[in-house]
Ligand binder design. Sequence first.
Ligand SMILES: [Mn+2]
Length: 325
Amino acid sequence: MVKRSIPLVEFLRNTNGSILIITHENPDGDALGSGLALYKFLKKKGKEVYIASKDGVPHMLDFLPGAQEVIKPDDRFYDVGIIVDASGFYRAGTDVKVGKKIRIDHHIGGEFYGMHDYIDPNAPATASLVYEIIKSWDESAMDKDIATCIYTGLATDTGFFRYSNTTEKTFELARELVSWGADPYYVYTMFFEREKPNKMKLIARVLETLQLHENGLVAGVTVFKRFLDETGTTYEDTEGLVNYPRSIEGVRVAYALIEKPEEGVWKVSLRAKGDVNVGKIAERLGGGGHKYASGAKIEARSYEEALARLLSAIREELKLQKVHA
Ligand SMILES: [Mn+2]
C-alpha cells in the first residue's frame, strides 16, 4: 500500500476544534457513505465531530452505521467544515457557519478552499478518497462499520460495479473493504430491496410518460407532482427513475423531469450511456455534475416550457459533442 503524505491528514490530526461534516442536498450513497465513514473515523481519533444533511437520511440509506447521528444543519459555529461529495458549500442547500472550509470530492471543477482540500476527479467515489485518508492516517482504525459506509459509497456511485467508472482498482478497493467486514449482499438488499408498494405504483405512472426524441438517442420520463399525491409517495421515491429510460437500446442521454411546484422549478436528472458528457448539458441549464450523471433545476411556468428548454440544451450538446445515431 502506498503511503502518501496528505496535508489534510496533518491538519485534522492537529485540530482540537469542532468539525462539521456536511453532505449535499438530497444526499446519495456516496455523500452519506463517505461522510459517515469520515465521521466515525474522526470520532475514533477523539475529535469533536458532527455530521449534517439538510434533507436528513433517505430510507434506502438509513441502514448505514451512524445514520441516526446525522443532524440537520444548525446555527452553531464550527471551527472546521468539511463538505463531502460536492463541488462546494453552496451544494449543502443551506448556510453553515464554519471557520475553515475544506472539500473532499471527486467532481470536476467547483469551488476550491486551499491546500487542505482533497479532490480527485478520477476517483470512482468520494468514499474511496476517505478510505485513502484513513489509510494514510491510521489504517488500524478501520472496522466493519467504516468499511460498510465506504463500500456503500463505492457501490452506489459505480451502479454496484456496472458503470464505466468500474475498473480493476474499484474491485481491488471493494475486496479490501469486504476483508474489513463490509457485506455486499447486506448492502445490496438494504439499498435496493426495501421498496414500498406505493413506489411500484409511482413507477407504473411514470413509465407511462416515456418519450423518445432525436431518433431514439434521447429518452425520458416525467414525474408530475400529482403522481406523488395520487400514489402517496414523496420526492425521495423519484430517485433512480431516470435509469428506466437509460436502459432502452440506442439511448445515449436519459432524463427524468420532476415537477417541483413549491420551488417553482422542474428538477432534471440526466444520465449518459456511452461517451456523451451529460455534465455539459446540466451546465447549460445552470446545474452540474459528472460526465455520466448530472442534474439541474429549470425555472419554467409550464411543463412544455421546461421540456423545450431541456431538449434544446440536449440537442445543442449532442451537436457539439458530435453524437449521432
Ligand atoms: Mn460521489
